[in-house]
Design a binder for this molecule. Structure first.
Ligand code: PLP
Length: 272
């Protein structure tokens, strides 16, 4: 399904791509590059109308925008916990399966954590009847502790308040970028409507890669470079202050005005 790299997935393109032969549609709720927020309810309904299952990747939405999986009758969802859930690199992924689908779906990777009678070490694979059937092997226990406390902190703040702050932070970012960075050749590469994006913003600039390197190495600002020429800024609502956004854009403006990024090469490092 074609999706615009700035505006995200187009529901008409999904409608044109799915039919009675479609088994599963898998899409990102918040687009990893632009932050475009897909209309989860409308797309899920459309997919269900063709008889297919709907899987949403929530990696960039969990902890940043409210996600009503049960309300929209979503079948499956997956995501990582090292973005807005604050688990840190290596923290475990998560899986959601609609209750009535659990016994119907098979875990293709057979492991002892999905096995009924885990310590019987029996000959046959006999999966548990509940959500645990999708487990495989020993989980990373230390990151599980981290994510438990990280999620407890987010739950205490509440997703509605996190979302409100995420909107306010990104609105502020966009306003400052319009005022300071547009005259320097930057263009907003995310939806302008805050209701149509998650908690991160992408800025287009022809020298985005070198600017990202200069930000990291000389300005203590850590963005992501995303292809082909985008700077992604993700002000996580739980920890980011408005003055952090202000300072980051001030340093960005300063190093572009001075041409301070020009001494960095364009060859890509392994992590961008
Ligand atoms: C859309 C999306 N899905 C999934 C992931 C996580 O992938 P993995 O669990 O392989 O780290 C990411 C991480 O950047 C992502 O952006």
């Amino acid at each position: 399904v074609h999706s615009d790299i700035d505006d995200g997935v187009d529901i008409d393109a999904v409608a044109a791509a799915v039919d009675g032969d479609t088994a599963l549609v898998s899409l990102s709720h918040v687009a990893y590059r632009s932050g475009a927020l897909a209309p989860i309810g409308d797309v899920t309904r459309l997919v269900h109308d063709t008889g297919a299952l709907m899987l949403w990747d929530l990696s960039h939405s969990a902890g940043s925008v409210p996600v009503q999986l049960a309300e929209h009758d979503v079948d499956l969802a997956v995501g990582c916990t090292y973005k807005y859930l604050n688990g840190g690199p290596g923290s475990p992924a998560f899986l959601y399966v609609r209750g009535d689908l659990v016994p119907e779906l098979q875990q293709p990777v057979w492991g002892w954590f999905g096995q009924r009678g885990q310590f019987e070490m029996g000959e046959a694979y006999d999966p548990l009847p509940d959500i645990r059937r999708f487990l495989v092997g020993t989980p990373p226990v230390l990151p599980l502790y981290t994510i438990r406390d990280a999620v407890a902190m987010l739950a205490e703040a509440g997703i509605e308040r996190l979302r409100a702050k995420g909107v306010a932070l990104t609105e502020f970012l966009v306003r400052v970028a319009d005022a300071w960075l547009a005259p320097l050749g930057f263009r907003l590469a995310s939806p302008r409507d805050p209701a149509a994006r998650g908690s991160h913003v992408a800025l287009h600039h022809p020298d985005a890669y070198r600017i990202c390197r200069a930000l990291i190495e000389t300005a203590d600002v850590v963005p992501d470079f995303r292809t082909p020429d985008r700077i992604r800024l993700g002000p996580a609502p739980i920890a980011t202050r408005f003055v952090d956004v202000y300072d980051a854009l001030d340093r960005l403006r300063d190093l572009v005005e001075r041409g301070a990024y020009e001494r960095f090469g364009s060859e890509r490092l392994a992590v961008t």
